[in-house]
Design a protein around this ligand. Sequence first.
Ligand code: FAD
Ligand code: SF4
Ligand code: SF4
Length: 401
Amino acid sequence: MRRVLAGELCSGCGLCAGVSGGAIRMRDDAPGYNRPEVVGPVDAAAERLIAAACPGAAVAAWQDAPQVHPYWGPLREVMTGAAVDPAVRFQGSSGGVVSALAIHALTSGLVDRVLHVGADLAAPTRNRTLVSRSPAEVLAGAGSRYTASSPLADLAAILAEGGRAAFIGKPCDVSALRQAAKADPRVATHVPLMISFFCGGVPSHDGVERILRAMKVSGQPLSAFRYRGQGWPGLCVAETTDGARAELTYRESWGAHLSKEVQFRCKICPDAVGGVADIACADAWYGDESGYPSFEEQEGRSLIVARTEAGSRLLAAALGAQALQAEPLDPREIDKMQPSQARRKRLVLARTAALPLVGQPRPRMAGLKVGAAARKASAPEALRNLLGTLRRTLQGRRSRL
Ligand SMILES: Cc1cc2nc3c(=O)[nH]c(=O)nc-3n(C[C@H](O)[C@H](O)[C@H](O)COP(=O)(O)OP(=O)(O)OC[C@H]3O[C@@H](n4cnc5c(N)ncnc54)[C@H](O)[C@@H]3O)c2cc1C
Ligand code: SF4
Ligand code: SF4
């Protein structure tokens, strides 16, 4: 964990805290990322589990599938679609598919609760982990929360409760959970369904503060804050306790502020597409190189990728029950929808190759087709990124002296 923290490889997933029996806790670390802090003796079993499952140290390998794409991971079914219930579609970040799948898993008895992330009611720009036991609770947590979340910090409680939970989290959260499942059979029994999304990275709380300043509500008490949703892409909206409301477009909130404050681990993420989840969703828009849609607002539409047998079964059941409407998509279309994800994946090797040159660790990333993705990068692009990472790492080290 010390090596991971020193190398800025922590994604903030919370797994280390969740398996430490209280010896590690998550805290808010400047400029506003969730980071672990050791507050007591960590036993040997927890140490071993953290070493194997921490996504800063080792990322879970993709499983076999009919097609395994170097950028897009294991592909069983690739579709675009939306929740049939208009309220779920409207509330969701894209087409509300993640929420619709979770609600279907709940109402069909596949799981008895859904673990996911939503606004902290006491501090609405921040996140908290939600345990939703009804469709209304799942729906209340719909929408993307573009700041630090540590849904695995409660892993011990999740496993102790028993039953069957669906887990919705960032790709690194799901990687940690899959690795933990290899060491602890209770994980597969009690968390039979893992859903994720394509992830552009986690911005810090300072990034959110930039948005509040741009909205001219910085320092004012907030009653609600939403990063997206209620439309597609949906506005970023702050509501103050005295009834004022401020808005920013997705292009402004993500492009001008949040994307500038993404943690380093995300820039070298070897699996930001939820490759080890049962199903992963994303925005099914045709955008530009920076990942913005080519329209202002529309009804939401999600990209849906089933990656495992469990994922295919859930997708088929949700379609059969008319919880979802979706149509097949040629996987080659994902390249046009997610150019920034493609770019990052083909540059992971060049960026991480820089790290050992300056004595920094990098995560183990076998089985993620990092080499095959790198062969799609041009030599100048790879060299520019290797040198950029070297420069950034050396500058960061100097500024910490
Ligand atoms: C940090 C972040 C970065 C993203 N980057 C991209 C990207 O680069 N490209 C892209 O296409 N899509 C990205 N997404 C995903 C996208 O915004 C949508 O979530 C996705 O398209 C699914 O939409 P939906 O309407 O089907 O999901 P919804 O029905 O809105 O459900 C979303 C679910 O995700 C959970 N959730 C929200 N925020 C978090 C969080 N921080 N940690 C864990 N769980 C969370 C919610 O609790 C909810 O259950 C990102 C999402 C996040 C949170
Ligand atoms: S990535 Fe997760 S497990 Fe690893 S140190 Fe950070 S919070 Fe802990
Ligand atoms: S980009 Fe990767 S490391 Fe960063 S939050 Fe997303 S999945 Fe985790």
